[in-house]
Write a protein that binds this ligand. Structure first.
Ligand code: APR
Length: 234
């Protein structure tokens, strides 16, 4: 059985990482145009670096929760049965990896990776971003940014994602509000290809009506229960 799982901020909410659009979400505290667009970075790179440095600090103290652990078990369990999990996340945290997931597709990039805005070289980095960083690949100083896909930029791995969607026996969306495309459109793509769909979320998302099955509640409870069901039903 091949399962395509898409995760969003809701899967990391119980690890203490804020979501974006809940009542006290990140985008209620910061203007995304200022801190999550190329124009914002060009206007005020110091503000953008400070925003991501604060999120790096927050991530350093976070711990994967039962939802992350269950998805790592699902990956191993499916592989043991000759199946496969395609785990695509909108999240830029590394909690899926810390929980033991071996293959994680970060379509919006990764917070623990920096990128040279000039030559696009990337390098693992959890230290604070500064204007003094010199790119080892091209020698530019002051071009270091987080390796994160900003609004207006193209998400990563889209070809691989579309291939995996077309081969899936089940599409499951976990902890996402369904408000940001192209991720929010994956359920429609799956449905158009005749793939059964399931939403697991705290509450109905913007595109809840599209899903065949819906499970609501905190991810740390709903995801382990769902994984248990999938792995025992075989
Ligand atoms: N368990 C399950 N779901 C939860 C929980 C929880 N404990 N807490 C919140 N949620 C749900 C909310 O109900 C909401 O539907 O998680 C979803 C979070 O939605 P958003 O904050 O919009 O986050 P997300 O969907 O991941 O945002 C998508 O937008 O800002 C950009 O690039 C950023 O990747 C992000 C993208």
């Amino acid at each position: 059985m091949k399962i395509f799982v898409l995760t969003g901020a809701g899967v990391s909410a119980e690890s203490g990482l804020g979501t974006f659009r809940d009542k006290d979400g990140v985008w209620t505290q910061y203007d995304l145009n200022e801190v999550a667009t190329p124009e914002g970075f060009a206007r005020n790179p110091a503000l953008v670096r400070a925003f991501y440095n604060a999120r790096r600090e927050n991530l350093a103290g976070a711990v994967a929760n039962a939802a992350h652990d269950a998805l790592a078990r699902l990956e191993a369990g499916l592989a043991a049965r000759g199946g496969a999990l395609f785990l695509c996340t909108q999240n830029v945290d590394d909690l899926h990896e810390r929980a033991g997931s071996q293959r994680v597709i970060h379509m919006h990039g990764e917070l623990a990776v920096s990128r040279c805005h000039a030559c696009q070289a990337t390098w693992p980095d959890t230290a604070p971003l500064t204007a003094e960083i010199v790119c080892e690949a091209c020698g530019r100083e002051g071009a270091a940014r987080p390796h994160i896909v900003w609004f207006g930029e193209i998400p990563l791995y889209m070809e691989e994602i579309e291939d995996a969607l077309s081969e899936a026996d089940l599409f499951v969306s976990i902890g996402t509000s369904g408000s940001v495309y192209p991720a929010a459109g994956f359920v429609e793509m799956a449905r158009a290809m005749g793939v059964p769909t399931c939403e697991i979320n705290l509450e109905p998302s913007a595109n809840a009506y599209v899903f065949d099955e819906k499970l609501y509640g905190p991810a740390s409870e709903t995801v382990p229960a769902w994984v248990e069901r999938v792995l025992t039903q075989g």
